[in-house]
Design a protein around this ligand. Sequence first.
Ligand code: ADP
Length: 217
Amino acid sequence: MKGFRCMLVTWKNIEDWVSEVIKKIELDKYNPEVIIGLARGGLVPARLISDRMQIKDLYAVKTEHWGITATPDGQARITQTLPINISGKRVLVVDDITDTGQSLSLAVDHVKNMGPSELKSATLLHILHSKYIPDYYADVVPEDKWTWFIFPWNVYEDLTNITLKIMDENQVTIESLQDIYEKYFQIKPKKSQLNETLSILIKKGKIVRDGKIYKKL
Ligand code: ADP
């Protein structure tokens, strides 16, 4: 089984990263009037930054990174454009993480075309191989420490996806699933989280339960 390094991000991590980003924005004396979150990953960070900085003008742009099978080039694209006029305003675009950097760079270009007086970008995390470097970020991830960050607002999307991948090769019990997560993904999800994950997959008709054993349909 081929795994990859994951991290279960806590709300405390999020609060610390948001504080760090705000510290850097303030040190730079940047005073945005409008915040734009990138749906979906940047929505919660954008909301938290808007709360801490007391900025009530908060909007969203949606980008989607289509897979190789969906588009020939696998490029990110904007699927929800900015719904308001930000011409002449100081704007901050917020996302959770820059990995390839494609989504954020695309969104920043989109907003730039709408004529803001100033435009800066912020993320909680920045992976060093990203082609786009945000103006502000809380922490960097070296390329050789690449990790899939399971954000608190994304736990069940990620755990259902990874669990299905695991179940391509294995029938599991809660206990064996826990062991596989620890060995191949370097995380220890709680039993309650794994129970919830499996029950979502049963409801979606993706897996079945036979006593203690869960298997893919
Ligand atoms: P970008 O690298 O600009 O964020 P991607 O299209 O690669 O663009 O990523 C889009 C979204 O996918 C990110 O905003 C984030 O929500 C999610 N994502 C990408 N890489 C990671 C990662 N290493 N860990 C967790 N989420 C990620």
